[in-house]
Design a protein around this ligand. Structure first.
Ligand code: ZN
Length: 417
């Protein structure tokens, strides 16, 4: 039986790279050939090494090849942010099928892995992940959270409808009021197949009336989530704009702080000292400020966007200087998924070298996911996930906004030549 069209390739293949960018050392190695088997890197051959007879070769001789990119904060399911209340005018089936389109756009943008941090319709993201893994749908490898663990009326609740409207259970699956409820909901998510837990530690920019600086979950509740997830060998990602909420999350032991747009110097120092990742999004703010008003987003949301954008850029600048582990989280879904590489240039503007920006979306992101043994580099045994671009991305990181070829698991997902 032939392989399903988008699954990992069986058998042996070779990818010839004009230059292979080793993201760990920063070296651009000329004329290298990746030998892949069962969709993974089996060997990296030099210019004089011979190939086993009959190996099919994908010749990317004129291009620079680097590992497939990783977004550590995506929302692949459902429409891009609208003026309405999320997921209240679409069924779970519609959310999933829109996700099929978003998953393909993400992969074709060179992102072969994402950590998908929450869907308003619980578990729909896990269905998308499973369909991709089965080879039925084209998309990145996904870690998915299943739902948001949130306080009632918090940044992960469905807010903006009249107070007497009763919502179905799947729209409020992660709403919790006590540490015991946190544990119960985390267990249900993880036993239900979630890869990671997403906690909403502070208010959110896009939630009607939400206050981004306000802490919402208690430190005890965040600790309950981290502790329960650890029993299943899983991490917690904490949405936190405000400094107090972020500090609670860091002290509770979360893997990453998402957004972090209002962090103070103490919170940035805590990130650096503990090694907690900062999954910082900036391009989504630029896109939203440009398009939100025309899309009819409320004035209060636009005001919150403007100030968290300004403060967020300052936080990332300080975090870069302080040596915080900054991972490439973009909040895709706030903006159209095809534009997911545009944040690389923002990281360079905030003081990263192009190589550091590329590492944020490869080696650092893989470490944040706990997947350093499978993605984020093209070392032996890793998945043969790669993106090929024209020119030198270490000189101009925006070249990664225009991938020429994308390969996932040894199979071609995009070829624009
Ligand atoms: Zn998000």
């Amino acid at each position: 039986m032939p392989n399903p069209p988008f699954a990992d390739a069986a058998g042996r293949r070779a990818v010839r790279a004009g230059r292979l960018l080793d993201v760990e050392s920063g070296a651009a190695l000329p004329d290298r050939t990746l030998l892949t088997a069962e969709g993974r890197v089996e060997a990296v051959l030099g210019p004089d090494d011979g190939l086993p007879d009959g190996t099919p070769v994908l010749d990317l001789g004129g291009l620079t090849v680097l590992p497939g990119l990783i977004d550590t904060h995506s929302h692949l399911v459902g429409e891009v942010q609208t003026a309405g209340v999320p997921a209240t005018t679409t069924s779970p089936a519609q959310e999933a099928l829109i996700g099929v389109r978003n998953a393909r756009a993400t992969l074709e943008a060179g992102f072969t892995t994402t950590r998908d941090l929450g869907a308003f319709r619980a578990f729909v993201d896990l269905a998308l992940r499973d369909a991709i893994d089965a080879g039925d749908v084209e998309g990145p490898r996904m870690q998915a959270a299943g739902a948001y663990i949130t306080a009632p009326w918090g940044g992960g609740d469905v807010v903006g409808l009249a107070h007497d409207i009763r919502l179905p259970g799947d729209l409020r699956f992660g709403v919790v009021t006590t540490p015991e409820e946190v544990r119960e909901r985390v267990r249900r998510l993880l036993i239900g197949g979630a890869d990671v837990i997403k906690c909403i530690a502070t208010g959110a920019v896009l939630t009607r009336g939400g206050v981004p600086g306000a802490p919402e979950l208690s430190e005890e509740e965040l600790r309950a989530a981290v502790d329960e997830a650890a029993h299943y060998d899983r991490f917690v990602a904490a949405h936190a704009h405000g400094a107090e909420g972020a500090k609670r999350a860091i002290r509770a032991g979360v893997r990453s702080v998402e957004h972090g747009s209002l962090l103070d110097d103490e919170a940035i120092a805590m990130l650096a000292d503990t090694g907690t990742f900062l999954s910082a999004d900036l391009y989504d703010g630029e896109w939203a400020l440009e398009h939100g008003a025309a899309e009819g987003w409320p004035a209060d949301t636009m005001r919150k966007l403007a100030y968290t954008m300004d403060t967020g850029v300052e936080v990332v600048r300080k975090a870069v200087a302080r040596g915080v582990r900054i991972t490439y989280g973009t909040d895709s879904g706030v903006y159209p998924h095809a534009l997911v590489a545009r944040q690389l240039a923002w990281f360079v503007r905030c003081g990263m070298s192009p190589l550091a920006a590329i590492r944020s979306a490869t080696t650092v992101a893989a470490e944040c996911l706990g997947w350093a043994d499978r993605v984020g580099s093209l070392a032996l045994g890793r998945f043969a996930d790669l993106v090929a671009v024209e020119g030198d991305p270490l000189a101009d990181v925006t070249l990664l906004e225009r991938p020429v070829v994308v390969v996932k698991g040894g199979r071609v997902a995009l070829d624009r030549r």
